[in-house]
Ligand binder design. Structure first.
Ligand code: PNS
Length: 161
């Protein structure tokens, strides 16, 4: 049976940290769906279409990775697409409580939805989309934080905001 994993997130925008988790998930599962999802606690800077396009360009070299969007519950999406695992990256202990809570809630809503955590590589421990947005908006160098294929468009997008 083909094993499908979903990597959900706001991806506003995708960072090298996200990409590392997606790449490693693509080696563990037959197919990985990078799911741009709605986090009701966050106002997105980039539109869902832009975020998906950034992900598509950054993952173009990973043949078993596709991108999708959902404005519903992740637990329902998992059921609809036949995925067996939610893959998330864990940066530090500070991520754990929030991620643990979401993993438990998703399991309650869909008992087949297992959450798998991959530990972030040391160099990405501090990296987050919000840090990229803040530095980029103020004209700082974000080239070490985001994939090179989309650097220019992210920089341009952030300077306009
Ligand atoms: O990158 P983020 O913002 O930390 O990702 C959080 C996200 C988008 C994965 C989470 O908010 C989510 O799963 N949203 C979809 C709606 C949903 O299912 N919410 C309940 C989660 S337990």
């Amino acid at each position: 049976m083909r094993k499908i994993a979903v990597c959900p997130g706001s991806f506003d925008p995708i960072t090298k940290g996200h990409l590392d988790i997606i790449r490693r998930a693509s080696q563990l599962f037959d197919r990985v769906i990078v799911l741009v999802s709605v986090n009701p606690d966050k106002d997105a800077t980039f539109s869902a279409t832009q975020r998906m396009e950034f992900i598509e360009r950054a993952t173009a070299n990973l043949p078993n990775v596709v991108t999708d969007f959902s404005d519903g519950l992740l637990a329902d999406y998992m059921r609809d697409c036949g995925a067996c695992a939610i893959v998330k990256g864990l940066r530090a202990v500070s991520d754990f409580e929030y991620e643990f809570q979401m993993a438990m809630a998703n399991k309650k809503l869909n008992p087949d939805a297992e959450t798998v955590f991959l530990t972030t590589q040391g160099e990405n421990m501090y990296l987050s989309s919000s840090l990229v947005r803040q530095i980029g908006r103020l004209g700082g160098d974000i080239s070490t934080f985001v994939p090179p294929e989309i650097l220019h468009d992210i920089e341009t997008g952030l300077r306009k905001k």
